[in-house]
Design a binder for this molecule. Structure first.
Ligand code: WT7
Length: 578
């Protein structure tokens, strides 16, 4: 078992006092009830996460402060104050009302990171409807699965992206309208965002939702079946507020940059609900990754807090130290990363070039907010995810729900009941219930805790793949693969990769008459990309005569993985001969 030593943060790191001054003391005495007043309630027992993120600031001197610095792919720039965000989202809420949106209706955002995405998200929550987000990389099949299962009533999208919705619209009987943010109305179902927003009222009475009312949902992948709709309540914003404060260490005068897309829960919790709740000015960059561009954004906007993903850090590392030196990045105060293991080399590199370490933290779509983290004042053990967030009881347990002692590997579990814990899986109680065992919420990850209480990630306990931080379910990829005319069967695994953490690898058997070839491999990859998304296709394809299966015919991904890694295959007594 690898243990790395505590590293010292450079002196310059401690110039300002962090929000969380004493981890142990805060952790020990923490009680969520005592922090209810840190967020803004509309009135007793009435909480709306949009009111808390945006509207509350308009009642203070912050009202003209920049909430959103937006920079587009071609250098276009826009700025929105908290007041502007509030009024625009009021307009959007009125627009939804005009088209008969009610509490609990599902309204989905299928948008690139344009300002309208943020305005619409806040507007949806103000009406009491449920906001769903979709990566703009999603192709028709991925869209159909999600929009159909959720019974989405309205999708907000662009002229370019709407084509993919039309490809599957016949299978979406509950979809009533398509709001297009950059085009005029071209069919009966479409709504012209720009035109309607011009004239609609900017006064809106925010729905007085209760803390348990549903606010937003995201589809996420598991090991079996299609992606599931994970739902969060308005109260999630309490945990997102507290962790924005304690973990991301955001304060009033920060310019904060989270590089995540709101198609991912990070972009909702820490680009909208938590980070705005603590009053940060947020930078959103809608363009593609480029190290030069990223550094120049930090320099130009004087970013102080930066939240990104380990794959991005590794990519930056690849471009080397010389490039970093070309920019003045002295504004940076605190760096965090999430989504996949942050390797020790990245932490050390960031100390070298940015004069401060990246602070790894851990959470999931289902946890709705950070649950394990490294904190500004706590020494870092590079490679460790850190310690549980105040208010979170995390443990390593065995299959009987028993807590394991230090240094023993087991399942990472959390005591249910924190405010941002998912409150349901859309129309799938059985799946929801399956997350809870023996009084614990089961993360599906394997980890251990060392004697100092630091948690170390080992790997998934299931077949879920993490590629560049994106969570991909093998079943979704396998289902797309077997639709290909040449394929009989497919088994999909995550294969370790230095840059991306894992890549998707597919094992395939072909129908008679088809032969393995490089051209066929390319064709298969394109086929999956066209259905799912750019990140969800197999970068490696291996053709096999047959695949390892149980006697009941289930493809054993575990065996494929062991073979791929050159490990012992383990017990195969229940297997069909392969
Ligand atoms: C899975 C969750 C992470 C933001 C929410 C989206 C993996 C997450 C870490 C980390 C190692 C990590 C786990 C987890 N993961 N953070 N710091 N170190 N692994 O997350 O898409 O729902 O995925 O991401 O496997 O279960 P998500």
């Amino acid at each position: 078992m690898k243990f790395s030593k505590l590293i010292k943060k450079p002196k310059s790191y401690f110039k300002v006092k962090p929000n969380l001054e004493d981890y142990n003391k805060t952790y020990k005495n923490f009680n969520y009830k005592k922090h209810y007043k840190e967020i803004e309630w509309i009135k007793k027992n009435k909480l709306n996460a949009a009111y808390n993120a945006i509207t509350k600031h308009t009642l203070t001197e912050k009202k003209n402060k920049v909430a959103l610095y937006w920079e587009g792919p071609n250098g276009e720039k826009k700025e929105f104050s908290f007041l502007e965000m509030d009024l625009l989202s009021n307009k959007f809420a009125n627009l939804l009302k005009k088209y008969k949106v009610k509490k609990r209706d599902r309204i989905f955002l299928f948008l690139p990171r344009v300002p309208e995405l943020y305005i619409a998200f806040i507007g949806i929550l103000k009406t009491g409807a449920i906001a769903g987000t979709l990566f703009s990389a999603f192709q028709s099949k991925a869209l159909e699965d999600r929009l159909k299962d959720s019974g989405a009533k309205i999708v907000v999208t662009t002229k370019e992206l709407k084509k993919r919705i039309y490809q599957v619209k016949r299978n979406l009987p509950e979809l009533k309208h398509i709001i297009v943010v950059d085009d005029k109305k071209r069919s009966k179902q479409e709504i012209d965002y720009q035109k309607e927003m011009e004239t609609i009222s900017q006064e809106f009475k925010i729905e007085e939702t209760g803390p348990e009312d549903l606010a937003f949902m995201l589809y996420t992948s598991g090991t079996t079946g299609k992606p599931k709709g994970v739902i969060h309540s308005h109260l999630a914003c309490l945990h997102e507020h507290m962790t924005s404060k304690y973990v991301l260490d955001i304060r009033d005068n920060d310019v904060y940059w989270c590089t995540a897309d709101p198609g991912w829960v990070t972009g909702i919790a820490y680009e909208i609900l938590g980070s705005w709740s603590v009053g940060a000015s947020s930078l959103v960059y809608a363009g593609r990754f480029s190290p030069e561009k990223w550094y120049s954004l930090i320099q130009k906007y004087q970013v102080t807090v930066w939240y990104t993903a380990p794959t991005a850090v590794r990519m930056l590392m690849r471009y080397g130290d010389k490039l970093v030196k070309k920019y003045n990045l002295k504004s940076l105060r605190h760096l965090c990363s999430v989504g996949e293991p942050l390797n020790p080399e990245s932490v050390k590199w960031s100390i070298k070039v940015f004069k401060r370490p990246f602070h790894d933290n851990y959470w999931q779509t289902e946890t709705g907010g950070i649950v394990i983290a490294n904190y500004p004042l706590m020494p870092i053990k590079p490679g460790s995810m850190g310690k549980p967030v105040p208010g979170i009881k995390a443990a390593i347990i065995n299959d009987n729900g028993k807590e394991l002692p230090a240094n023993k590997q087991g399942t990472l579990a959390i005591k249910p009941g924190w405010p941002s814990m998912m409150c349901d899986i859309w129309k799938n109680k059985k799946k929801y219930n399956s997350y809870f065992k023996k009084g614990w919420y089961i993360t599906g990850d394997k980890a251990f805790k060392d004697k100092d209480g630091y948690f170390w990630f080992i790997g998934r306990d299931d077949d879920v793949i993490k590629t560049s931080g994106e969570r991909v379910g093998p079943f979704e990829v396998e289902s797309a693969l077997v639709e290909h005319p040449a394929i009989i069967e497919a088994g999909v695994i995550g294969k370790p990769d230095k840059l991306r953490g894992e890549i998707i690898k597919a094992f395939i058997t072909l129908k008679p008459g088809y032969r393995p070839s490089a051209a066929l491999e390319k064709n298969i990859q394109k086929f999956v990309k066209k259905r799912l998304a750019g990140h969800a296709y197999p970068r490696e394809v291996e053709f096999r005569k047959n695949l390892p299966k149980t006697r009941s015919g289930k493809i054993m991904r575990r065996i494929l993985k062991s073979q791929e890694l050159g490990q012992k295959v383990g017990d195969t007594s229940t297997l069909e001969k392969f």
